[in-house]
Design a protein around this ligand. Sequence first.
Ligand SMILES: [Zn+2]
Length: 251
Amino acid sequence: MRERVYRAEALILRRSDFSEADRLLLLATPAGKRRVVAKGVRKTTSKLAGHIELFTHASLLLAVGRNLDILTQSQIISGHSTLRADLRRLSCAYYAAELYDRFTQEEDESRPLFDLLVESFAALDRTASPDLVLRAYELRLLHLAGYRPHLHHCAVCGALLSEEADRFSAILGGVICPRDRDADRGALTLSGPAFRLLRYLQGQPFAMIEGLRLSPQVRGEAEWLLRTYVRQLLERDLKSVAFLDDVKGVD
Ligand SMILES: [Zn+2]
């Protein structure tokens, strides 16, 4: 049985109004996804209100409630204020949060997944290349969720892929070799630079990614390939995709 009061490290991924003065929060924690209530935080006198901003990484004290647990204290570890002040980074954060939400169930315990979120939000807060951080995040999340795209071996026959491979199949879950092209005639064309980029992003730490210089075409292609793959897995687009595209249009 859980204790009546417990501490949890968390990222606040969504906030919504709940009753007159409260907010409902969606949290990512190492113990999985949680929905909790922050009571009275919509009142101007609330001390807790400033400690539960969206996308804050915090150490929380929670009390077990009858239906939902109740947030009683919040100590900020990282406020990610740069991220929240910049529309482009913010749109990436919304997308990252929604992707996590869609690929996890409540109580899906995963320290690696939580660590990935913490690392990704920290990178989105500091980076000049939020799109590349987002691509690396997608690839890592897909790996942890059991959907790692095949980028080194053909998704059909398992043969080691050479530079000649130029098709990405969302249905088959990765790159296919020239011999297996007929396995998915609807597979997307994959350019050499985008292929190399995806492989690089799958294996390198965030610090190695942020300084990459790439053409907008290659960035756009990598985004499109992964978006198509995610859409195939979830059978629809994420809601935050529209926000990402809107912000891009403003640039
Ligand atoms: Zn093959």
